[in-house]
Design a protein around this ligand. Structure first.
Ligand code: HEC
Length: 161
């Protein structure tokens, strides 16, 4: 009886705590406009290896062409970093650029790129706050917010290591 009374009294507190946790998750969770691309249509232009991590980095043929000619990646471009651990996909990091997408992030603008982290099953990682992606890639404003695009002019069909 006493236990039951306690539970009734505690119920709002427990529910409230649940609500707060849920709210906190909502704040850090991040869905945005990035769509998972058709990977087969992308060109794997470089591989980065770091310890047990192997990253295959790819983009559209149109972006390869534009960057080789010294232009920024056009709207409609995806860059994908496929992060493999022990030959299994561990996660996909995706950047996508479309006209005016930067306006969604007035305080953390990275051109018109948006960023997303996808799980191996291609669902969005809702625990990720993509502001972190933006703040690091913001350091590369001089190269269209990209870290490895400077390898593209040397790319002739075999991924650059
Ligand atoms: C602390 C810095 C940092 C953070 C945070 C970061 N990145 Fe990167 N990103 C890099 C570096 C450095 C590379 C180049 C590849 C490498 O060295 O691993 C890169 C490469 C990439 C590439 C390939 C295109 C390019 O720029 O070369 C994509 C796509 C990408 N990151 C997406 C993301 C996404 C999505 C997130 C957040 C979920 C993210 N990054 C967070 C530093 C960062």
């Amino acid at each position: 009886m006493i236990l039951r009374k306690m539970l009734i009294l505690l119920a709002p507190v427990l529910l409230g705590a649940g609500f707060v946790t849920f709210e906190a998750l909502q704040v850090s969770a991040e869905t945005n406009r990035v769509q998972f691309p058709e990977l087969d249509a992308l060109v794997h232009y470089t591989t980065v290896r770091r310890g047990e991590v192997t990253e295959h980095i790819m983009t559209t043929p149109e972006a390869i062409e534009a960057i080789k000619q010294g232009h920024p990646a056009p709207n409609g471009t995806h860059f994908v970093l496929v992060d493999y651990r022990d030959d299994e996909v561990f996660r996909y990091f995706v950047m996508q650029k479309e006209a005016s997408w930067g306006a969604d992030y007035p305080n953390g603008r990275t051109g018109d790129w948006q960023f997303q982290w996808f799980q191996p099953d291609r669902s969005v990682n809702l625990n990720e706050n993509t502001a972190r992606c933006q703040s690091c890639h913001a350091n590369r404003s001089g190269t269209d917010f990209l870290f490895t695009a400077n390898r593209i002019p040397r790319f002739e069909g075999t991924p650059i290591e």
